[in-house]
Design a protein around this ligand. Sequence first.
Ligand code: C2E
Ligand code: MG
Ligand code: MG
Length: 419
Amino acid sequence: MLNRAQAFDALARLLTQVAGDAPAAVLLVRVQRMRDIELSFGYEVAESLAHELERRLRDVLRPGDTLVRTGESDLLVLLPHLHGRAHAALAAAKIVRALQAPVSTATGDVHPLVLVGGALCPEDGDTPELLCRRADRACDDAAVNVERVAFWRAPPIPLEAVQAALRAAITANQLQLHLQPIQRMADGRIVSYEALSRWTHPVLGAVPPALFIGVAERSGQIVDLTRWTLNVGLRHLAELRRVDPEVRLAVNLSVEVLQLPGFVDQVFDLMRLWCVPPNGLMLEVTESALMRDVGQCERLLAALRAGGVRVAIDDFGTGYSSMAYLHRLPVDTLKIDRSFIQEMATDARARRLVGTMIELAHHLGLGVVAEGVETPESLAQLSALGCDHIQGYLIGRPAAAEDVVAAALASVAAVSPGR
Ligand code: C2E
Ligand code: MG
Ligand code: MG
């Protein structure tokens, strides 16, 4: 690449503009047979062809898009604020159409042969280097595709390989813990943090939690993973409680782990180890997992609660729990799934549904956390509906636990510099 530094700078700027629901695309536009054209038509013709293609490309781009020439035959296009993968594919197809039209030169018409390889941010990568490599890799697929367009596709990885890599990562302490704040509506205070595991594999890159948690659950590694999350989470909570002694930690619990003999005692042992009182911990169990074996879950959750640990039903609204169970289950909080919160913005029925869930929770004496709050409008609606707590990108994205603790300690140092 001739212009890598410039391209990476532009890409890094683009990455800062990527919003949760509006992905960006990196397209590598490659003109093929450039050397052939140089040798058949002359260097001057090849050069004016390159200029003409660049001009056409600029013509089809939107005002906020960026174009960087990265090589003699390569142009990098950065498209922010897309509606999704299909939108990026349409843009790529439009580029191919505009660039493939013949170009008249003094020595006759030249038929440019163009291909476009693309990668989406953040889905396919979130660093300039990775996005460029993946768009480049997609160019190889585009070359054998009649449409002349291809997007990066994750290579299928054998499940056993993921299991082995995850086992190695847990053993070598290579997972990271992120914390996401949960805010109390009444006074805007951050009253707890949810612990979310992250795994970045040296080759696969960032593995989505939904994928590796599923793998861990099926292979039994979820036990070690949960122990790791609890241990690291409580260690950070102990630090955070030096700043705010009331703050809590929420940890996701797979039912497989809850059912492990001795697990309840292990939770209390860990809390003693980190000198965190039981009410500093909230365990989240998804509604669908709970419903698979209500009887046993009920007994084990009751034992945790008897010791002072709080319990929440996670992703509430997606798991078909019946009213009878809800009344019986030993829980403190319902976390309304983010799909309802996100639909609320445009759908009055979803709004009524959320209102009903909040009322139901309050009637049963339970607290409510709304998940996935991304906009001030959702926050206002939830406040009007009487929701107790909110979690989502609007309040804060999950961030490395070390950074969250450092920021909390720095905020106290700033208020009382003598401490
Ligand atoms: P969850 O417990 O429902 O966690 C909330 C998920 O919503 C997180 O996804 C979080 O990043 C995402 N999120 C938070 N706010 C927003 C928002 O405003 N908009 C959108 N679009 N998303 C938001 P993440 O980190 O990918 O985790 C996915 C699931 O993986 C979690 O869902 C949880 O069930 C599971 N998980 C993560 N870490 C662990 C773990 O250590 N142990 C277990 N057992 N499960 C875990
Ligand atoms: Mg959760
Ligand atoms: Mg959830």
